[in-house]
Write a protein that binds this ligand. Sequence first.
Ligand SMILES: [Fe+2]
Ligand SMILES: [Fe+2]
Length: 298
Amino acid sequence: MNAPATKQVLLQRLEGLRQMPTIPAVLVPLLHHLQQPVAQFDVQEVTDLLSQDKSLAAQCLQMANSPLFGRWQRVETLRGAVVSLGFHHLSDIAMSCGVLNLLPTDKKKLDPVVFWEHSLGCALVCRHLARQLKLSDPGNAYLAGLLHDLGIIVNLWVLPQEFRAAFEIAKAEGIPLHEGEERSLGFTHCDSGRILAEHWDLAPNLIEVVSFHHSPEKASRNPELVALVHVADLLCRMGGLNYGYIEQQQVNLFDDAGFYILAKSSPSLKHFDWARLTFELDSYMDEVHRVVQTIYRT
Ligand SMILES: [Fe+2]
Ligand SMILES: [Fe+2]
């Protein structure tokens, strides 16, 4: 499987974009709105768009009523969700529901639920860390965490058998998934994710996160955001919101390249309350499982 020819064939298959997931139509204007200053948001337009897709609207309401989004009193309409949660939160929710629907056609090959649970957990940890560290652009943090492993869904979709073999190697040896992919496929979900992120015309910051979240030292455009996602990903993998298996490798966060980059731009990281984050991560976990399961049933 390691032959360069295999890598080339697989990458060509990805580049050909055959069977590649298309971006859910409703998310295109949302992504566009997210690139604009808040004053230019047309809340009604976006709410109308979301309302047109009944199943997506129902999923958004399910998520809007989850404590993960700080909502304790029931909201019944999307408009109500915008009013009580704010437009940014509703965008986060709509993006989450939209991408969670990107299911490979053959679910029997490998269950994508576990990857979305990891992605949603990572998005929440990114949001939490960005707020605590008072990062310059916390608005992007949730989305970056949510989409960082887009390449896994691409691999599940386009190369199910080959990806399954890579996954089994990683699981059997307890190594990080990207190392199993590198060994078995000759490339990782960072490479396949980059192809889809570019195809979807995602913002350059997000493309960089998708491409370099396992090698944050390579980021040049927004190393802080890439490092944030890298650290959140590590915390999730160590904390139980992993890819469905335990990694054997001991990670010392304080020696990690991403942690170093983040500490350089956010001195407050040194005084960060890690015990509290671990506690919050535990409390997120059950709710993340519940929300993802609910969305898949809607
Ligand atoms: Fe990853
Ligand atoms: Fe990840």
